[in-house]
Design a protein around this ligand. Structure first.
Ligand SMILES: Cc1ncc(COP(=O)(O)O)c(C=O)c1O
Length: 407
């Protein structure tokens, strides 16, 4: 049969995320491709106890349909986390979502008409690009430097692009670059968002995974006009398989999210919410996050040390203060997709940078994940990554000069 798809599907290609998940899954591949937490730190023994206790204590409730907005007890605990970040929140200012990805999708569905312009970082999270694309959005992107989004460029984009409605940002340890915005940039950004009346989606999956320096307030904490939709998640600080995230926003926006969620999946898994709530009652999540930080800081340092030692200075890479990724910029005209096929032939994977650009992709970039690979495999895999990069730079096509060196 020839299916006649909705026109919105014209913009939807095969899922690159799923393609890379396939690469990551094969045990013989050393993969720096995914954004996966370290499974050896999943609290499996604790969760066995928690599962039994949850069923004993609240089994009939936890296996029943439940409130679309989520478990009141869990929302209350999340509100506490939000207040600790400087956001005045109560259980009523939180709706539970099936992961923060669902929050991005719902924001697109709730706010975007075909042709509306989403402003985003260059590069940005490809799962967001795909979700906005599927609602027929157009994109305008704004460059990043070491301090975060370049605000003068943002203003220029807003002045010269008609239809800018929503801005999507990942200010803490961004996926894919690992970059973090300074406080000053956050303050200037919210001023501009207020001036141009933009809806802000602040995606914050990595905020708690800081390996050095002091925490910065999320943009939501600077929001005096209730224009920021803050998306949080337990995926990176607990277990992504639970699929529990949340949105903190105004009552008006939360009501739209609740209706949209009702239509999409009625509610997030009640049992998972009850188990997470029981886990948080019994165990110290901060101590768990502390263990993640120690392991990921170590893995980040190992990866960056290897790159600092073995890559030529024409190759730049970010030195993330937290999160899961470093971003590598090769001298143009290197093509990271071509390098990937050479690396795969040697059983090593990473993600080329191209899909992280909403427009005008730069093929000479790539993203490396450091959280999911143990030391010995990291050393072995990075040898291959560095070798394919060095060989490409040595080849005539890759030896074009003119890219500034340094890190
Ligand atoms: C920036 C960003 N936003 C959202 C998500 C989706 O996270 P969740 O598991 O909470 O849906 C990810 C996952 O990697 C991400 O990197």
């Amino acid at each position: 049969m020839t299916f006649r798809y909705a026109t919105r599907m014209d913009q939807v290609g095969p899922s690159i995320i799923r393609e890379f998940a396939r690469l990551t899954a094969s045990p013989e591949i050393i993969s720096f491709a995914g954004g996966l937490p370290a499974p050896e730190l999943f609290p499996i023994e604790q969760l066995k106890e928690v599962a039994v206790r949850t069923l004993d204590k609240v089994g009939r409730l936890a296996l029943q349909y439940s409130d679309t907005a989520g478990s009141p007890a869990l929302r209350d605990k999340i509100a506490g986390r939000m207040r600790a970040m400087g956001v005045p929140a109560t259980a009523e200012s939180i709706n539970i979502l099936s992961g923060s990805q669902q929050g991005i999708e719902f924001a697109a569905k709730i706010f975007l008409d075909p042709g509306d312009v989403v402003v985003c970082e260059r590069p940005t999270y490809l799962g967001a690009i795909n979700a906005f694309h599927s609602y027929q959005a157009q994109f305008a992107d704004v460059g990043l430097d070491d301090e975060g989004m370049i605000i003068d460029e943002l203003v220029q984009v807003l002045e010269t692009t008609a239809g800018c409605k929503l801005v999507y940002v990942v200010p803490d340890f961004q996926n894919p670059t690992g970059r973090t915005w300074s406080l000053e940039r956050r303050q200037r950004f919210i001023e501009v968002a207020n001036r141009y009346d933009l809806i802000v989606v602040e995606d914050h999956p990595y905020g708690a995974l800081r390996y050095e320096g002091l925490p910065l307030p999320p943009i939501k904490a600077l929001d005096t006009e209730e224009r920021v939709l803050f998306l949080g998640t337990f995926s990176k600080i607990f277990c992504p398989g639970f699929r529990i995230g949340w949105i903190t926003a105004s009552q008006e926006v939360l009501a739209k999210f609740a209706v949209t969620k009702g239509n999409a999946d009625l509610q997030t898994n009640s049992l998972a919410q009850a188990e997470l709530n029981e886990f948080l009652d019994t165990y110290d999540l901060e101590a768990h996050i502390g263990k993640l930080r120690d392991l990921y800081r170590h893995r980040r340092d190992l990866m960056l040390d290897i790159m600092g030692r073995d890559l030529p200075s024409a190759v730049r890479f970010t030195r993330p203060l937290g999160g899961l990724f470093t971003w590598v910029e090769l001298p143009d005209p290197a093509d990271a997709t071509e390098l990937l096929s050479r690396a795969i032939a040697r059983k090593v994977a990473f993600v080329p940078g191209t899909p992280f650009y909403a427009r005008d992709a730069r093929a000479s970039t790539l993203r490396l994940n450091f959280s999911n690979t143990a030391d010995d495999r990291m050393v072995e895999g990075m040898k291959v990554v560095i070798d394919v990069i060095n060989r490409s730079l040595a080849s005539p096509a890759g030896s074009v000069a003119g890219h500034p060196g340094g890190r």
